[in-house]
Write a protein that binds this ligand. Structure first.
Ligand code: PMP
Length: 414
């Protein structure tokens, strides 16, 4: 990859960044945490393609880790946001667009009677927990072991700089395990404020699991029985699987749901949608942020949600995901590799069977990058409406060459 060349722009930028930014780049997009061969800096994105700082083009299967749902630089979305920007973005209060967007979300999301807006997914999950505690007057929040809900002390996957007191009222259970959920409910007793869970189990570096109907039903019943809030963290899956909310096909309605990522096709916005039972709690808490009323992102969300609702974009995304899954399965078989492809086809996890240290996955993804496709070796990937069958077919030719490369380099599977 170009970043390994001493004179690449990517390497130069990383060296400069390291002098003025801790670690140069932080968090989940730091490529040292992804795998070898990944470019760190990007210069352009359009549709389903990204270009790194050295000008190399990739068909992108990370979609900015979720925000890109309709295609980067979607003309209609960006035009609405930019036009709103010309009129008013941030000011001394909201614009009419906030009311229109809240009305649209209430019309669109099954359980929603009201909506609140923030900027990041972490804002939405954190405020949801605060609302649940305000609504119930209780403290304990049940979370699934290994689930990601954001990067602040109460939920960060790292414990560096975090105190045990920050997490004093969290109780863990195992996703899709009714008995462990019931045990956690019993442990919380009279102090149970909420059960918080992701729309499906999309933890890093493991097979993804769709929620079992019995598990969601048990969570809903436990909340009904105890008066606690069922909080759905739909930040990653929301507005990519089902515009009504990712549990709509299961007929399970949360009391509160957190959204961000694809809600505004890349414009910075998060939202909480809640039901009438949570209204008083939501009205009581103090919640705000300097940029949370920004109207441009809300204008982008209005168009994004409308397009997702009125067109076949989500059906198309699923079809592209299925085409990718089938193609990759066939390509891996041709080269004698066994894959584990799990999760919804729109947000797939691809792991090599038995590849505990990720040696195969890393080598394959590095080879795929050289052939112009951007995959992830251990995080779920994302499809968007800009992926066309021809892009998937090109990606499959690249994947075929990547399998051939790793076979030639002697990577074998146990
Ligand atoms: N919840 C889930 C399920 C997420 O995937 C993420 C982001 N990856 C978050 C919360 C936090 O969102 P953000 O990074 O926008 O704060």
């Amino acid at each position: 990859m170009s970043r390994d060349l001493p004179n690449s722009k990517d390497t130069e930028l990383l060296q400069r960044a390291r002098r003025v930014v801790p670690n140069g780049v932080w968090g989940h997009m730091a490529t040292r945490g992804i795998g070898p061969g990944y470019p760190q800096f990007f210069s352009r994105s359009e549709g389903c393609r990204v270009w790194d700082a050295d000008g190399n083009e990739y068909i992108d299967f990370m979609c900015a880790w979720g925000p890109n749902v309709l295609g980067y630089k979607h003309p209609e979305v960006d035009q609405a946001a930019l036009a709103q920007m010309q009129r008013a973005d941030i000011g001394n209060g909201p614009t009419e667009v906030m009311v229109e967007l809240a009305e649209l979300l209430v019309d669109t999301i099954d359980h929603a009677d009201w909506a609140l807006f923030q900027k990041n997914g972490t804002d939405a999950t954190t405020v949801s927990v605060t609302i649940a505690r305000a609504a119930t007057g209780r403290r304990k929040v049940l979370v699934a072991r290994g689930s990601y809900h954001g990067a602040v002390p109460w939920c960060s996957p790292s414990t560096v700089g975090v105190t045990t007191e920050d997490r004093a009222h969290l109780i863990q259970f195992d996703y899709n395990d009714v008995a462990s959920l019931e045990a956690a409910v019993a442990e919380a007793g009279q102090d149970l404020a909420a059960i918080l869970m992701t729309s499906f189990r999309h933890d890093i570096q493991r097979d993804q699991e769709l929620p079992e109907q019995a598990f969601l039903t048990a969570a809903r019943k436990a909340c009904d029985r105890t008066g606690a809030a069922l909080i759905q963290d739909d930040v990653r899956a929301g507005f990519r699987l089902d515009v009504r909310g990712s549990w709509a096909p299961y007929g399970i309605q949360p009391d509160l749901a957190a959204y961000s990522k694809s809600i505004a096709n890349g414009w910075p916005l998060a939202s909480i949608a809640g039901n009438a039972r949570m209204l008083e709690g939501a009205a009581k808490i103090f919640t705000t942020g300097s940029f949370w009323y920004g109207a441009a992102a809300m204008a982008a969300a209005k168009v994004t949600v409308r397009i997702l609702k009125e067109t076949d974009a989500l059906t198309h995304i699923a079809a592209m995901g299925q085409r990718f899954r089938d193609g990759l399965e066939a390509a891996s078989e041709r080269h004698g590799y066994r894959l584990r492809q799990t999760g919804p086809v729109q947000m797939p996890m691809v792991l090599f069977d038995g590849d505990k240290d990720l040696a195969l996955g890393n080598a394959f993804c590095a080879a795929a990058l050289r052939h112009g496709i951007y995959l992830h070796p251990r995080h779920n990937m994302f499809f968007c409406a800009a992926h066309q069958a021809s892009d998937i077919d090109r990606a499959m030719e690249a994947a075929d060459r990547a399998f051939a490369d790793i076979a030639k380099a002697g990577f074998t599977q146990q």
